[in-house]
Design a protein around this ligand. Structure first.
Ligand SMILES: Nc1nc2c(ncn2[C@@H]2O[C@H](COP(=O)(O)OP(=O)(O)O)[C@@H](O)[C@H]2O)c(=O)[nH]1
Ligand SMILES: [Mg+2]
Length: 300
């Protein structure tokens, strides 16, 4: 068992560890539940955020799968460039991993998902066919970190507003089965897979994509780190958006002040409202206004 599992068995350790301090008890219970429920399913659809194709997952899931088929659905593909999508698609197919890009908010064509599901379930159907027994409805579990879009995806798939979708991590709490196309049983697992936080930058990136709540890291820190990252990656978009000139040579917090001033986000006494500016910058990034790109490098 890897480190994350051991930590989960020891709540004291979790709450004292900065990386896991944001993990509420209902999520811990839900993780145990996931571990149990995975044993009863024929397929797992692992939803990830296309902006973090590797680190918006938990490597322990593979262990929990115990050989069950898995599809990776790289959701929110509207927030990465088509070029990035091609490169990463190529990476996953080289690794022989079933990965599909999706935009749960807008994509109307669900065929690629259902085709991939059918393909992954072939061994399951074949098992019953050889025994001449009618196969039961395959059970599919949707898993993934908080806020990657599991509920939104399920809502679209079943065309109902059944699941609560919200921009706050860990909103989904109940677990039940949903009939899909009279052919499958779907389960929305609560957002309880833990990200693995090996480096500080990983927690910032997971914060930028809202998998870790803003108040855990702090909105101002999250925004200044984002601005520094954007300056080195896509400087133009952020300068154009806020009509400012930014330089890697000035202090990160100063960037936020410059942007706040330019937006007119001032408190009484002409002091820049940093919190409000941070929220605006994070909001713009999350809408794709500050550039559409993957936040991690393709592994060699
Ligand atoms: N841009 C974009 N946002 C999405 C997409 N799918 C979901 N969202 C948003 O991401 C947030 C979290 O979605 P939710 O379904 O609650 O995530 P869950 O915690 O995994 O169930 C919500 O604000 C959704 O509107 C997508 O494909 N693209
Ligand atoms: Mg949910």
């Amino acid at each position: 068992m890897s480190k994350n599992h051991k930590d989960l068995d020891d709540p004291a350790k979790i709450s004292s560890s900065p990386a896991f301090g944001w993990f509420p008890p209902h999520m811990l219970r839900a993780f145990k539940r996931l571990e149990k429920e995975i044993k009863n399913v024929e397929l797992v659809v692992e939803v990830r955020d296309a902006r973090l194709p590797i680190s918006s997952s938990n490597p322990d899931l593979v262990e929990l799968l115990a050989g069950r088929p898995r599809i990776i659905l790289l959701n929110k593909c509207d927030l990465v460039s088509p070029e990035d999508q091609l490169n990463w698609q190529d990476y996953f197919s080289r690794k022989k991993i079933n990965a599909i890009y999706f935009d749960s908010q807008n994509t109307k064509n669900f065929d690629p998902i259902f085709k991939t599901i059918e393909k992954a379930l072939r061994p399951f159907y074949a098992k019953y066919k050889t025994r001449s027994i009618r196969a039961p409805l395959p059970r599919i579990l949707i898993a993934g970190l908080p806020n990657v879009g599991k509920s939104t995806l399920i809502n679209r798939l079943v065309k109902k507003k059944r699941q609560q979708a919200e921009a706050r991590p860990g909103v989904t709490k109940s677990v039940d089965w949903i009939m899909l196309r009279d052919k499958y049983l779907l389960m929305d697992s609560p957002g309880i897979l833990l990200p693995r936080l090996e480096r500080e930058i990983d927690s910032f990136k997971l914060g930028w994509i809202s998998t870790i709540r803003d108040d855990v890291i702090g909105d101002i820190l999250l925004a200044t780190e984002l601005i520094s990252y954007l300056i080195s990656e896509v400087k133009l978009e952020i300068e154009d958006r806020y009509h400012v000139k930014l330089s890697p040579d000035i202090q990160p917090l100063e960037h936020l002040e410059i942007i706040g001033k330019s937006r007119g986000f001032l408190k009484s006494g002409a002091e820049v409202d940093l919190s409000r500016t941070a929220a605006a910058v994070l909001g713009d990034y999350r809408k794709g206004i500050l550039g559409k790109f993957v936040l991690e490098k393709l592994p060699r």
